[in-house]
Design a protein around this ligand. Structure first.
Ligand SMILES: NC(=O)c1ccc[n+]([C@@H]2O[C@H](COP(=O)([O-])OP(=O)(O)OC[C@H]3O[C@@H](n4cnc5c(N)ncnc54)[C@H](O)[C@@H]3O)[C@@H](O)[C@H]2O)c1
Length: 354
């Protein structure tokens, strides 16, 4: 941890933003210097709750007064692009976003590109890929101690393939150290396939990865709800918890689960949001890269869009990267425009944190 105290601004401080604010208030190397939120009542409550006096209705007003070191962007997805670009252009050193990063590929591209051009560290959000045990399982797969990877599968890729499915795609890409380069998919039910959003869409299919692996995709959970990756001897199973590792077979031919003995991680107060934030701060300090990046979220969106495209075209193989960057897949309205606009506002009492 560096001696520098990072000056943090939270932009969009609803239910999820408050989880970030709790974390950034707690860490000794961070200080929340400003909050921007469109809801005036909630904003005032949050100022008192997190002891922040610099409160703004939007990112423009905030940046006129303060250019923070870190911008934590937790607005509804619709507003993320403009906020991320404004922060990058103002000279913020590190920006984090949430899932899904955008609906349209062009918007995700614009965010990734402006951050790359300006040398801004661009992190993703509260995703299980950033869990320290997921990272360590990936290292064990990559350093060969579990053998050569032979196969992979995704389980439960349905319900909201962009809103929640980015969890699966981010772990799959990490474990296999490869990109999805071709998708053949089948989608149900028909009304979800016809809709603009990912709500209720169940995708079954096959991903072809850049390392030659064929990955089966199950739209509904099997015995697993996550990602399996296997070698001749071992299976690594991420099922929304620290990954299980199986090694070898018992006399009946069943895989044997072994003790994972993951290394202790110094930060554990905020579940896997911790790994996301700590790896992000380390990257801003020049050490490594965020365990979940904005580019990871862009890739996940692209896979979701391509899967739906294949399914709507009667399971035509679709190659990635997609040429048409105007393609879009909207998340459910709560994620897109937030709780206030969809009849599920967070009450002022709830925002006090008690
Ligand atoms: N990774 C996860 O586990 C996870 C969990 C929940 C939500 N999310 C994502 O986090 C984002 C926010 O979700 P939430 O549950 O906090 O929603 P929310 O509706 O509770 O909060 C959104 C907040 O943003 C504010 N806001 C809206 N537009 C704004 C703008 N242009 N500038 C500044 N503030 C603005 C609203 O006033 C509100 O306080 C969504 O993209 C959602 O998909 C991720």
């Amino acid at each position: 941890m560096s001696d520098i105290k990072h000056r943090v601004a939270i932009i969009g401080c609803g239910r999820m933003g408050q989880n970030y604010a709790e974390a950034y208030t707690t860490y000794p190397d961070t200080e929340i210097v400003a909050i921007a939120d469109a809801n005036v009542q909630r904003r005032d409550v949050l100022g008192a709750r997190f002891d922040v006096s610099a409160l703004y209705p939007d990112v423009e007003a905030l940046l006129r007064d303060i250019v923070p070191d870190i911008a934590v962007v937790v607005t509804p997805t619709k507003y993320m692009k403009d906020v991320v670009i404004a922060c990058a252009e103002a000279g913020v050193k590190g920006i984090s976003t949430e899932k899904p990063i955008a609906a349209c590929l062009q918007d995700a591209d614009a965010m990734v590109e402006v951050c790359a051009e300006r040398g801004v560290v661009f992190a993703g959000g509260n995703l299980q890929r950033a869990m320290n045990e997921v990272q360590e399982a990936a290292s064990r797969l990559h350093n060969g101690e579990l053998g050569e990877i032979r196969g992979a599968s995704v389980h439960g890729f349905g319900g909201e393939i962009s809103g929640g499915g980015c969890q699966h795609i981010s772990v799959l890409r990490l474990f296999t150290n490869a990109e999805v380069e071709e998708i053949i998919a089948w989608g149900t039910p028909p009304e979800a396939l016809d809709a603009e959003t990912d709500e209720g869409l169940i995708i079954n299919g096959r991903f072809h990865l850049t390392n030659g692996l064929e990955c089966s995709v199950f739209g509904t959970p099997t015995s697993c709800r996550g990602v399996d990756v296997w070698t001749d001897e071992c299976l690594v199973r991420w099922d929304w918890n620290p990954p299980e590792i199986f090694k070898g077979y018992d006399p009946h031919g069943n895989r044997v689960r072994i003790d994972t003995n993951y290394n202790p991680y110094p930060w554990n107060e905020f579940s896997y949001l911790t790994g996301s934030i700590r790896s992000f701060l380390a990257a801003v300090d020049g050490n490594g890269h965020p365990w979940i990046t904005g580019a990871d979220l862009r890739q996940a969106l692209e896979v979701a869009i391509a899967a739906k495209l294949s399914a709507t075209r009667n399971s035509t193989p679709v190659k990635l990267p997609l040429e048409d960057r105007s393609l879009a897949l909207y998340p459910r309205p709560y994620r897109w425009i937030g709780g206030d606009a969809t009849g599920k506002p967070q009450s002022v009492t709830e925002a006090t944190g008690f």
